[in-house]
Structure formats: structure tokens, C-alpha cells
Design a protein around this ligand. Structure first.
Ligand SMILES: O=C[C@H](O)[C@H](O)[C@H](O)COP(=O)(O)O
Length: 267
């Protein structure tokens, strides 16, 4: 079981971001931009889809490349009888425009494969997701998937979750949000350099597709300790709907590098 490993324990792990295969290296003749790397990873993952599959459609800029490619393969006739399950309203609109037939978990409770981006991937394939705010629907759909393929550029590989200095999001109900925020702050009061705040968009609280708010948690040195325990403690707070740590869910990680090569990590 990989999830119990702490940040410090990841240092000698072969999948760690200290792995030379995942580190930036000497300049190569090809230097892809981050956007190009996202597309390379997405297109490679599209090859994992076969006709007849129910496919979880992720959210974000990397997943958008995958949706584009999936539609392209369907229109060419290389893929037939695909049903997509969108993880956000934005993805739903994109998929409809691209001509991908859609369904829901109510009608298709078992998803063959989900393909989605991530904000961070640790050496045990634990993820931070939801910086675009779609973590709840993503977690439901990706959790119902036989295979969950994460598509990232190499900048997303981290030694420990939250360690990139960016936020770990938590979806909460709007009711008494300041009180819920204070409960979250109390939970991490002994964590040096911890801070949390409400996500704001154009001077108003950012609202998820579910009409909820997002609390952004910042960990100076990354999330420490047993991640499952941290997850349980957060989920036990009344007012918390879900958090953006996706623990032990990803089955494969497709990493695109600046030189245009792709590494596929399998669990
Ligand atoms: O809510 C957003 C999702 O979890 C995205 O998959 C994640 O933020 C990665 O997004 P991007 O591919 O745009 O970096």
C-alpha cells in the first residue's frame, strides 16, 4: 500500500521526482512548452481508450486536449460506441460541442476508464486535484472507474503533496463558511507555515458546479504525516464536502517531458 508513506520516506522511492528520468536535464534539441507537453500526454492516453468504453472525461487544460483527441478519433471512425461521463459543466459543454455522446453515473455506474489532469502527482501516485474547482465530481467519477489514467507534464511531479507551494483545495458548503474555515485552521494549528483562505473570483466567493465554496490550504513544507489520516480528519468536519487529495486512486500516470518523450507509470 503506497499511501501510508510519508513525505520523508519518498526520498529513496524509484518513482520519486528525484528520479533522474523525471528531472529537467540538459537542453535538448526539442523543447516543448508546458501546453505542448499537456497535449502530448493527452494524445498518448487517448490510445488507451478502445471502442465500446464508458469514459470519464476530466476537467482542465490537459483534459481538454484529451477530449479534443477522443472526438477526433471518434469522427475518424477509429473509436466507436464511446460514452463519456463529464466531470464538470465546462467539460460537459466541451464534449457536447465535440460531438461525444454523454451519460451520467446514475445510468452508467461503472466507468471503464477515466482520463484527467492533475495539479500534483507524488511518487505513490497520490494527487492534488481541483485547482480548477471540479474536485468533487472528478472524485466521484474517477472513483467509479476501473482504470484512472492521469495525464501530466513533468512539472506536476512532486516529492510530496502540497509541496509545490500551491494550494490543496477543500470543497465546503457555503453555510457558515468562516466557521468551517476556522475548524480547518484548528486542524492544522501545529503545522508550521500552514495557512488557509477562501477562494475568491472577481471579488466574490468562487462557486463550484455544486454551488459550494472552496477553501485553499497552503502547506509550507507539503502535507506531512499519513495522508489517509489527514483525509479522514478533514472529512470528519461538518461542512466539508470533499478535498482535493486523491489518494490511491490513479492506476496509471502518463508524464510528458520537455524533450517530447513520454513516460507511462503503472501501478
Ligand atoms: O479542478 C480541476 C482539475 O482537478 C484539473 O484536472 C487540475 O486542476 C489540472 O488542471 P490542468 O490540466 O489545467 O493543469
Amino acid at each position: 500500500m503506497r499511501t501510508a508513506m510519508t513525505c520523508a520516506q519518498t526520498l529513496n522511492n524509484p518513482l520519486s521526482s528525484t528520479n533522474p528520468h523525471l528531472l529537467p536535464h540538459k537542453p535538448d534539441p526539442i523543447q516543448l512548452t508546458q501546453e505542448e507537453m499537456k497535449r502530448v500526454a493527452a494524445y498518448r492516453a487517448a490510445d488507451m481508450v478502445v471502442s465500446g468504453m464508458v469514459v470519464g472525461l476530466g476537467t482542465g487544460s490537459t483534459a481538454a486536449h484529451f477530449i479534443h483527441r477522443l472526438a477526433e478519433l471518434m469522427h475518424k471512425g477509429s473509436l466507436k460506441d464511446i460514452i463519456g461521463i463529464p466531470t464538470s459543466l465546462k467539460t460537459e459543454a466541451h464534449a457536447i460541442k465535440a460531438g461525444i455522446p454523454l451519460s451520467t453515473l446514475n445510468s452508467h455506474p461503472i466507468v471503464d476508464i477515466s482520463i484527467d489532469g492533475a495539479d500534483e502527482v507524488d511518487p505513490q501516485f497520490n494527487l492534488v486535484k481541483g485547482r480548477g474547482g471540479s474536485l468533487f465530481r472528478e472524485k466521484m467519477i474517477e472513483g467509479a472507474s476501473r482504470k484512472f489514467v492521469v495525464i501530466v507534464d513533468e512539472t506536476k511531479m512532486v516529492a510530496c503533496l502540497g509541496g509545490s507551494g500551491l494550494s490543496v483545495p477543500v470543497e465546503i458548503v457555503p453555510f457558515s463558511w468562516k466557521y468551517t474555515l476556522s475548524k480547518i485552521e484548528k486542524l492544522f494549528k501545529d503545522e508550521t507555515g500552514f495557512s488557509a483562505r477562501l477562494r475568491v473570483d472577481q471579488e466574490k466567493p468562487f462557486e463550484t458546479d455544486n454551488g459550494n465554496y472552496i477553501i485553499e490550504m497552503f502547506f509550507e513544507k507539503g502535507v506531512s504525516g499519513d495522508l489517509n489520516e489527514v483525509s479522514d480528519r478533514l472529512l470528519r468536519l461538518t461542512g466539508v464536502i470533499e478535498h482535493g487529495m486523491f489518494l490511491d486512486m490513479a492506476t496509471n500516470v502518463v508524464v510528458a517531458k520537455t524533450d517530447g518523450s513520454v513516460i507511462i507509470l503503472n501501478k
